[in-house]
Design a protein around this ligand. Structure first.
Ligand code: NAD
Length: 508
C-alpha cells in the first residue's frame, strides 16, 4: 500500500468513490496501485475508504430506498433497457480497460462484459420475474396472494477475475427489484467496474440507489456488520467467502457466497477426440486459468490416457503474451504474488512426485519481460493427496488423473470437496445421463467445458464452492433480493351472512 498520491503531480488517476450520485475523492491515507500485469505500469490508484466514507455510502443507500422501492417496476426496467444499450455501445472501450488492468485477452475481456450484459438484458424482464402468486377462494370469500418486495440496502463484494461480469451479476438485479446497493469492487482491477457504474448512472439510476466504496478487509467487514445492510452477495476465494458468510450471517443478513473450485473434466474413450482436446485446452488455460469454472483436472478414463501426448502438444502451441497483443491465448496472472503462488504450487507438485509433462515456469515474452506470465503447465501421475490437487491453483496448470471406469471417475469427483463445475466428454447418452444424475457438482457440462448457465437460469455451484442456498442471477437471485409477503384477504359483500365468532384457527 502506498502513501496518498497527488493526482496532478503524478499524472495518475485516482479512483473515486460513488456516494449519493456524486464522485468523491477519498480522504483516506491508504492507497493501492492498480497495475497492468503485463507491463507493471501503474494505471491508477485506488483508495481504501475510511469508516466514515463507508458509513455515508450506506446512509445514502438507506435514504434512497423509500423512494426507489416505490418507483414503478416499468420505470426501473426502462433504466435497465437504457443500461444494456449503453454497455453494448461502450463494450470495446471497456474491454480495453479490462484487458489492461486484468491481463486477459481483448476477446476474452469482451466475453467478460458480454456475459454480464446478458444479466442486464434479463433484468429487463423484471416485470414478469417479480410477480407474486394468487389463489382465489382459499376459504369463503378469502383469497391469498404474495407480494415480492425489495429488502432494502444490499451489498456486493467482487473478485478480480471477472471485473465486469460479476459486478453485473449483482447490482442490476438487486436494484431492478427495488433495492439500493453498495458495491465493493476488487481493489486489484476496479477500473472497468467503475466504467460500468458510470454507464448505470447515465442510464438513469438515481442518486443513492447505487453507491461504490473501495477497499479490503476493513471495508468488507463494515458492510457485513452494518445494521442497515440487509443482504450481502460475495464472489471470491473460499477463505474470504467463509468469513463473509459467517460474519454477515451472525449480523442477521441474507448471504450468498460463491467461492473457490477444482473443476474436473471426465473423458470417456468414445468422446470426439478433436473437439474434446480443443475444449480441454481452452478451458484449462484460457484466462491463464483464472476462472472459477476453469478445468483444472482432467480425468482420463481407460485408453484416453493415450491422448496425453496430444493434449500436451496442443497446450504447448498456445501463445503466451500480453492480452492486448493480437493472437494471444494466455495473458499474465493478476499480480506478482499470484504468479509466485502458482510457481510454488508447481514446485510442490514436482516435489510430491507428480510428472511435469509441460513446464510453463520459464516462459519468455519478448517486449513484456516484467509481465506476470506463467506458460501452460501439465502434470500427470497426480494423486489426490498432493497440494496441487487439494488447493485451487488459479493459474494455467492442468492436472491429469487416470482411472479405469466412469464409476471410478464419478467417485473421484464426488470425493473432492468443491462443487462448482464439471464436464463429461462422451458420445453416449446413457453415460451422460448416469453422470448428470450421480455427480455431486452444481454445474454440469455434457461436451461443454465451462458450463456457466445463461442468465435466465441461475449460477448453481454447490458444496465447498458455495454458501447460502440461492445463487446469483436468474430466478434464484430475484428470490434472494426480495422478501415474500403473504396476504390473506376477505372482502365481505353486503349479502354475506355473519357466521358469528370463530375461536378456532380454521379459515371458513
Ligand atoms: P478474494 O477472496 O481474495 O477477494 C474477493 C473480495 O474479497 C475482494 O473484493 C477483496 O477485496 C475482498 N477481500 C480480500 N481479502 C479479504 C479479507 N481478508 N476479508 C474481507 N474481504 C476480503 O478473491 P480473488 O482473488 O479476488 O478472486 C479469486 C477467487 O474467486 C478464486 O478462488 C475463484 O475461484 C473465486 N471465484 C469464484 C467464483 C464463483 O462463482 N464460484 C467466480 C469468480 C471467482
Amino acid at each position: 500500500m502506498n502513501a496518498p498520491s497527488h493526482e496532478a503531480e503524478a499524472g495518475i488517476q485516482q479512483v473515486k468513490l460513488l456516494i449519493e450520485g456524486e464522485w468523491k475523492a477519498s480522504t483516506t491515507q491508504e492507497w493501492r496501485d492498480v497495475i497492468n500485469p503485463a507491463t507493471q505500469q501503474v494505471l491508477a490508484r485506488v483508495p481504501f475508504a475510511t469508516p466514515e466514507e463507508v458509513e455515508s455510502a450506506i446512509t445514502a443507500a438507506q435514504r434512497a430506498f423509500p423512494a426507489w422501492r416505490k418507483t414503478p417496476i416499468g420505470a426501473r426496467m426502462r433504466i435497465m433497457l437504457a443500461f444494456q444499450a449503453l454497455i453494448r455501445e461502450n463494450l470495446p472501450r471497456i474491454a480495453q480497460t479490462l484487458s489492461a488492468e486484468q491481463g486477459k485477452t481483448l476477446a476474452d475481456a469482451e466475453g467478460d462484459i458480454f456475459r454480464g450484459l446478458e444479466v442486464v438484458e434479463h433484468a429487463c424482464s423484471i416485470g414478469s420475474l417479480q410477480m407474486g402468486e394468487f389463489a382465489e377462494n382459499v376459504a369463503n370469500e378469502v383469497d391469498t396472494y404474495t407480494l415480492r418486495q425489495p429488502i432494502g440496502v444490499c451489498a456486493g463484494i467482487t473478485p478480480f477475475n471477472f471485473p465486469a461480469m460479476i459486478p453485473l451479476w449483482m447490482f442490476p438485479m438487486a436494484i431492478v427489484c427495488g433495492n439500493t446497493f453498495v458495491l465493493k469492487p476488487s481493489e486489484q482491477d476496479p477500473l472497468s467496474t467503475m466504467q460500468l457504474v458510470e454507464l448505470a448512472l447515465e442510464a438513469g439510476v438515481p442518486p443513492g440507489v447505487l453507491n461504490v466504496v473501495h477497499g479490503g478487509k476493513d471495508v468488507v467487514d463494515a458492510l457485513c456488520t452494518h445494521s442497515d445492510i440487509k443482504a450481502v452477495s460475495f464472489v471470491g476465494s473460499t477463505a474470504v467467502g467463509t468469513h463473509v458468510y459467517d460474519l454477515a450471517g451472525r449480523h442477521g443478513k441474507r448471504v450468498q457466497a460463491m467461492m473457490g473450485a477444482k473443476n474436473h473434466a471426465v473423458v470417456l474413450p468414445d468422446a470426439n477426440r478433436e473437439q474434446t482436446l480443443n475444449a480441454l485446452v481452452g478451458a484449462a488455460f484460457g484466462a491463464a486459468g483464472q476462472r472459477c469454472m476453469a478445468t483444472s483436472v482432467v480425468v482420463l478414463v481407460g485408453k484416453t490416457r493415450e491422448w496425453l501426448p496430444e493434449l500436451k502438444e496442443r497446450a504447448a502451441r498456445l501463445k503466451v503474451n500480453a492480452g492486448c497483443e493480437p493472437g494471444t491465448d494466455i495473458g499474465p496472472l493478476i499480480s506478482k504474488r499470484a504468479r509466485q503462488r502458482v510457481l510454488d504450487l508447481i514446485e510442490s507438485g514436482i516435489f510430491e512426485g507428480a510428472t511435469l509433462l509441460l513446464d510453463g515456469r520459464d516462459v519468455q515474452v519478448p517486449g513484456y519481460e516484467q509481465g506476470n506470465f506463467v506458460g501452460p503447465t501439465l502434470f500427470s501421475s497426480v494423486t489426490t493427496n498432493m497440494r496441487i490437487y487439494t488447493e485451487e491453483i488459479f493459474g494455467p496448470v492442468l492436472l491429469a488423473i487416470e482411472v479405469e471406469t466412469l464409476d471410478e471417475a464419478i467417485e473421484l469427483v464426488n470425493r473432492n470437496p468443491f462443487g462448482n463445475g464439471t464436464g463429461l466428454f462422451t458420445q453416449s447418452g446413457a453415460a451422460a445421463r448416469k453422470f448428470q444424475s450421480e455427480i455431486d457438482v452444481g454445474q454440469v457440462g455434457i461436451n461443454i467445458p465451462i458450463p456457466v448457465p445463461v442468465p435466465f437460469f441461475s449460477f448453481t455451484g454447490s458444496r465447498g464452492s458455495k454458501l447460502g442456498d440461492l445463487g446469483p442471477y436468474g430466478k434464484q437471485v430475484v428470490q434472494f433480493y426480495t422478501q415474500t409477503k403473504t396476504v390473506t384477504a376477505r372482502w365481505f359483500d353486503d349479502a354475506s351472512v355473519s357466521e358469528g365468532v370463530n375461536t378456532t384457527i380454521t379459515l371458513r
